[in-house]
Design a protein around this ligand. Structure first.
Ligand SMILES: Nc1ncnc2c1ncn2[C@@H]1O[C@H](COP(=O)(O)OP(=O)(O)OP(=O)(O)O)[C@@H](O)[C@H]1O
Ligand SMILES: [Mg+2]
Length: 200
């Protein structure tokens, strides 16, 4: 049973994580911990297992051996409440291109059982935060890559999570847009969200 953050526990604790896909070892005894307020970068070349690690931490892929705790709780014990604790920016954009910016945020909010009032409030606040207020009614398919990445970050923050996972948040973006995304991530950390970054 999820009973809120446990005091004096790291926000993320991965201990001796291993994962095999068939005969292929994807992770081999990875351990790390992330504390409150920390911006944690997890680096490795293509195929090193960064996405697999995020998927295990967020309950999307079953781990092999080892333990994972978010705020002292094992996500496998209460996945529904556990998943409310984090926001996830995936490596590949999975927005609905036919829907508008605001509609994409609305769907995410409904999936997290947010009230319509909270969805309206957070949509307006977060679009302002990522400097996209003027795009609210634009179809997502008309946005540039950098804007889509900012929208993914806004979407991940919709339900007010305590942990933000970003899987290669600036991949495929040009240097000026990369710097803008990094500035946004630093702002999020400064404003008090625990962030975990994967290779950018
Ligand atoms: N669902 C899967 N089935 C089989 N093998 C997989 C699966 N997912 C990942 N792998 C393998 O596990 C290893 C780690 O992959 P992963 O995607 O986690 O690496 P990554 O560090 O995120 O790479 P990249 O930088 O290319 O995104 C790779 O060898 C990959 O082929
Ligand atoms: Mg990856």
């Amino acid at each position: 049973m999820w009973s809120g953050p446990k005091e004096n526990f790291p926000v993320i604790e991965a201990c001796n994580l291993s994962k095999q896909f068939g005969a292929l070892p994807a992770l081999n005894g990875i351990s790390f911990q992330v504390d409150s307020g920390e911006l944690f970068a997890y680096l490795g070349p293509n195929g090193a297992g960064k996405t697999t690690t995020i998927r295990i931490l967020t309950g999307l892929t079953r781990r092999g051996n080892g333990t994972v705790k978010l705020n002292g709780h094992d996500i496998a014990a209460d996945p529904v409440r556990g998943k409310a604790q984090f926001g996830l920016v995936p490596q590949y954009t999975n927005l609905d291109g036919e829907l508008t910016v605001a509609e994409n945020l609305l769907i995410h909010g409904r999936l997290h059982h947010m009230s319509r009032r909270d969805i309206r409030r957070r949509t307006s606040l977060l679009l302002e935060y990522v400097e996209m207020s003027d795009r609210s009614h634009k179809p997502v398919k008309t946005l540039s890559g950098g804007l889509k990445r900012r929208l993914l970050i806004a979407r991940a923050l919709m339900h007010d999570p305590e942990i933000l996972f970003l899987d290669e948040p600036t991949v495929g973006l040009d240097p000026a847009i990369r710097r803008r995304i990094w500035a946004l991530i630093k702002k999020i950390q400064h404003d008090g969200l625990f962030a975990i970054l994967f290779r950018c």
